[in-house]
Design a protein around this ligand. Structure first.
Ligand SMILES: [Zn+2]
Length: 105
């Protein structure tokens, strides 16, 4: 699938102009197509920092949808794990407070 050299939108095969930005005769562009692969270290980054992951997904969802989807999946997983960790930490915190209160009374 070719991509527009002007805006990076996906072009239908043999399109005379870009449907996104109306650039005429976009020509066969290989830009980004080969780079659109899931994986690499970025999903790990997205998992650790879901906000970064969602930002990357938003920025990439047009030029590289496969890579965008892989970082979004990692960001969602990271957000869920982070939320669980937060709840566990909060429960532990409450337990510590409760133990300290019992000691005082
Ligand atoms: Zn275009």
């Amino acid at each position: 699938m070719p991509y527009c050299s002007h805006c990076g939108a996906q072009l239908p095969d043999g399109a005379p102009a870009c449907p996104q930005c109306a650039a005429t005769r976009p020509g066969p562009i290989v830009r980004e197509a080969a780079a659109d692969k899931p994986g690499g270290g970025l999903p790990v980054l997205a998992f650790l920092f879901p906000v970064v992951g969602f930002a990357l997904w938003y920025a990439w969802r047009q030029p590289t949808p496969l890579r965008a989807r892989s970082v979004r999946r990692a960001a969602v997983a990271g957000a869920i794990v982070g939320a669980i960790a937060y709840v566990v930490a909060f429960v532990v915190y409450l337990a510590v407070i409760a133990a300290a209160m019992k000691k005082l009374s």
